[in-house]
Design a protein around this ligand. Structure first.
Ligand SMILES: C[S@@+](CC[C@H](N)C(=O)[O-])C[C@H]1O[C@@H](n2cnc3c(N)ncnc32)[C@H](O)[C@@H]1O
Length: 229
């Protein structure tokens, strides 16, 4: 995990909920898309990688058999553990924590985190994802669309106020196009995938989210991908 990413995300629950007004909006669009496009079954074994505070764990834990939730930020995983869900294993860590699994998960959720990974780390992760999915298992990926980022950016770094201290933190952040995500999936050995974007009409979005967004009628919010092993 890049230094700035670690610095930014090791947050208390309160601070987690204070990451900017666009976050709940983007989450809502993503959740609606997933509900429409991914079917969850009581026998599913789900990996929520880079789970954060467990948004997807909260939504899914009563609907599937088991969830393994992994995140690099210790505080977030601690908060998730405190929720005490019986069928959820919460783990602080990164890719090496996946090494004990092989063809185990029926679904993988990798939501709003790819942008914090370098190309090399993303590829390594996707190769692991392919190995730990069962045949016909599904991988869901979401990543913020570049045009919806309102924060000042220099190269692969965004400059964002820390949710607790307000001090600017430089966070590695590389939004990817549909083509770039497809290339990563293909390099990792996935053959069956579709990637697209979640869009909204500009005039339907709150003014506060539109500061640096292009003056187009339709705005890309999230890039989403569904890959099958
Ligand atoms: C924007 S949050 C998304 C959280 C959650 N998936 C959601 O959609 O609500 C990004 C998360 O990625 C985690 N993260 C970033 N890089 C990581 C890495 N290399 N390994 C594990 N977690 C990572 C951060 O700690 C943070 O919790």
């Amino acid at each position: 995990m890049e230094t700035g990413v670690k610095k930014y995300f090791n947050l208390s629950e309160n601070d987690w909920n204070n990451r900017g007004r666009s976050v709940p909006l983007v989450e809502k669009y993503e959740e609606e898309w997933v509900e429409k496009n991914v079917k969850f079954y009581p026998e599913d074994i789900v990996l929520d990688y880079a789970c954060g505070l467990g948004r997807w764990v909260d939504i899914l834990h009563t609907r599937v058999r088991k969830i393994v939730a992994i995140d690099g930020s210790e505080l977030l995983v601690k908060h998730l553990e405190e929720k005490g869900y019986e069928n959820v294993t919460s783990i602080t860590g990164e890719v090496p924590r996946l090494s004990g699994y092989h063809q185990y998960f029926t679904k993988i959720i990798f939501a709003q985190a790819l942008e914090f990974f370098t190309d090399k780390d993303a590829l390594e992760l996707f190769v692991r994802f392919k190995d730990i999915l069962v045949d016909k298992g599904q991988l869901f990926i979401s990543s913020w669309a570049e045009e919806f980022i309102n924060k000042p950016k220099t190269g692969d770094v965004v400059h964002v106020p820390h949710p607790r201290t307000g001090r600017i933190v430089d966070v590695f952040f590389r939004p990817r196009s549909t083509k770039e995500i497809n290339e990563l999936l293909s390099k990792a050995g996935f053959r069956n995938f579709r990637t697209g974007s979640i869009t909204e009409l500009r005039n339907q979005l709150p003014a506060a989210t539109l500061e640096k967004v292009p003056k187009r009628r339709v705005i890309k919010i999230l890039i989403v991908s569904l890959a099958e092993k």
